[in-house]
Each structure stands twice: as structure tokens, then as C-alpha cells.
Ligand binder design. Structure first.
Ligand SMILES: Nc1ncnc2c1ncn2[C@@H]1O[C@H](COP(=O)(O)OP(=O)(O)OP(=O)(O)O)[C@@H](O)[C@H]1O
Ligand SMILES: [Mg+2]
Length: 278
């Protein structure tokens, strides 16, 4: 891999930099899958390429928001599963937006009728649509620790009022646009997580990381949802559900069985077909 030096591996992506490309990071999406903050075995064949394709498709549709994409033309050995991106100073905030109540949001709501400090009406059920999308940030924990849901006020303490407000407003704006695009295609964007960074040259707030992939988002089939069937998602819920039923969340997670791997890969492909029409 001439000239590219490995600098970091997250749970899913491997990052490289090159002296020939200052200010640019090569982000390679692997087939690794993570759930409950653990990387699982085996990977999902083709996942890195599918998620890269989906991210690129969304970046093209969200071009009114500055983003980190430099190019999808990458060294040949990574073709189709990597992007070149502008290296940013990342904010340590996971910018979660929820249009529907489920997952950790539902768990918190049941205890306190709030999500990340945002008060919600009473009487909501798991999977219900919220009166309007809400911004429910999380603190991006260092490797090995669990991300932690926080209030907007806490994000102000972490990054300052101006950046915290800009992160929230940009997240809600991108979510509104993306959920409208998805809904036209019969897909509900239930929730998603964005990451932003500051452009080191200008300080401009810049959309980074992967966007609106099935790793960072919950997608549901609208027709199924409208018919009252709420379990069917296009994301790694299959993996989460299987793991929750076969693992007590202590020690090493068990190997995913082949049928779970195959079902997950098929759902990822189906989502791309539904959204992109390809
Ligand atoms: N433009 C960018 N410049 C610098 N870093 C970026 C950029 N876009 C994304 N990143 C970072 O690259 C990493 C991508 O790796 P990956 O998604 O596998 O990590 P993760 O497991 O989600 O989280 P982490 O390793 O940060 O705990 C993340 O740390 C993300 O914050
Ligand atoms: Mg990530």
C-alpha cells in the first residue's frame, strides 16, 4: 500500500494518512460489525463496500451541508470500500437525532419520560413517532468505554455554546432532509448518529464520518410499520437481537451463526436498493 500509513483503527474503519496527501485521511470501511460496543466475529461479507456506497449516495444528496468528502477515488486495493476525506478536528459528540422512540431512547423514556433531558409527552410506546425529531447527543467515549447519553447543556460545557448550538441545528436540519428523502422511497429513518468536525483551516463545521448508513442509523420499512409490524429493520437490529438473546453482555460475545450473517448482509443490500434504486 504505497505511501499510506496506518494511523488508527476504530471498531469498523481503518484510517491511513500519507505524506503525499497532507490534510487528507483515507478511511477504509471493513466488514467488521459491532454491537453493544463489541466487535463481533465473523464480519458481514461486503458490508464495507455497501456502507461506503450508501454514505457516498447520501453525501451527494446533502451537498448543501459542508462535508469531509474529498473523493471516492482511492488506491486500487481499497476501491469501493474507502473514501478520501479532509482530516478534521473532531468534536467528541455523537450527534444523535431521533424521529421515533426506540432503543436506548425508549429505555430512558420509560424511566424518566425524557430522552437526554428532553421531556416527551406521556403514553408513548416503543417505536412510536415523536411529535417532532429530537436531538439527543452522546459523549464519544475513548476507545473501550461506552458512549454516554448527555443533555444539550452538557454538550455546551464540552464544546462551548456556539459549537454545541451549531451541532444541534445542523443535525436536525440534515435529519429532516434525509428522512423526507427516505420516506419518498418507502423507508422510515427512525434515528441516526452524525459526527462533525471543524475544518482546521477555516474552523467551519463539517459533516464527517459515515452518514446515514445502516450502521449509524435505524431504518424501517414504511409499509410494514404502517401495517403495525414494527420489528423489521434494515440495520443491524438482526445482530443486536440475536446477541441479546444469546449473550449476557459479559466477556467475549459468541460467534454469529451463518444465517444471521447472511440475513444481515441481505438486509443491508435491500436497503441500498430501496434508497438508491440500484
Ligand atoms: N474527517 C475526519 N477526520 C478525522 N477523523 C474522522 C473523520 N471522520 C471520521 N473520523 C473518525 O474516524 C473514526 C472512524 O472509525 P470507526 O467508525 O470504526 O470508529 P468507532 O469505533 O465508531 O469509534 P471510535 O474508534 O472513535 O471509538 C472515528 O473515530 C471517527 O470519529
Ligand atoms: Mg464510528
Amino acid at each position: 500500500m504505497s505511501g499510506w500509513e496506518h494511523t488508527y483503527s476504530g471498531k469498523v474503519r481503518d484510517l491511513y494518512s500519507s505524506a503525499e496527501h497532507p490534510g487528507v485521511v483515507l478511511m477504509v470501511a471493513s466488514d467488521r460489525v459491532s454491537a453493544f460496543d463489541h466487535v463481533l466475529a465473523p464480519g458481514i461479507p461486503g458490508k464495507g463496500a455497501l456502507l461506503t456506497e450508501l454514505s457516498l449516495w447520501w453525501f451527494a444528496r446533502l451537498s448543501d451541508v459542508p462535508n469531509h468528502l474529498v473523493s471516492g477515488d482511492v488506491p486500487e486495493e481499497f476501491a469501493g470500500r474507502a473514501i478520501l476525506a479532509k482530516t478534521l478536528e473532531m468534536y467528541p459528540i455523537e450527534c444523535v437525532v431521533r424521529g421515533y422512540l426506540t432503543g436506548s431512547g425508549w429505555a430512558e423514556y420509560r424511566e424518566t419520560q425524557t430522552v437526554c433531558g428532553v421531556p416527551l409527552p406521556d403514553g408513548l410506546s416503543d417505536g412510536d413517532r415523536l411529535p417532532e425529531p429530537i436531538y439527543t447527543p452522546a459523549w464519544k467515549a475513548p476507545m473501550g468505554e461506552h458512549d454516554e447519553n448527555i443533555t444539550f447543556e452538557r454538550t455546551v460545557e464540552l464544546v462551548g455554546l456556539e459549537a454545541a448550538t451549531a451541532l444541534r441545528d445542523a443535525s436536525l436540519r440534515v435529519f429532516a432532509k434525509a428522512s423526507a428523502i427516505a420516506e419518498e422511497r418507502g423507508v422510515i429513518l427512525a434515528d441516526t448518529k452524525f459526527e462533525f468536525g471543524a475544518d482546521p483551516a477555516t474552523g467551519a463545521l463539517t459533516l464527517a464520518d459515515e452518514v446515514l448508513t445502516s450502521d449509524s442509523s435505524r431504518y424501517w420499512d414504511k409499509a410494514e410499520y404502517d401495517a403495525g409490524r414494527r420489528g423489521l429493520s434494515f440495520d443491524k437490529q438482526i445482530v443486536r437481537d440475536w446477541l441479546a438473546a444469546h449473550w449476557d453482555k459479559s466477556g467475549t460475545p459468541p460467534e454469529l451463526p451463518p444465517e444471521i450473517v447472511a440475513q444481515t448482509a441481505a438486509r443491508y443490500r435491500e436497503l441500498i436498493e430501496r434508497l438508491t434504486g440500484k
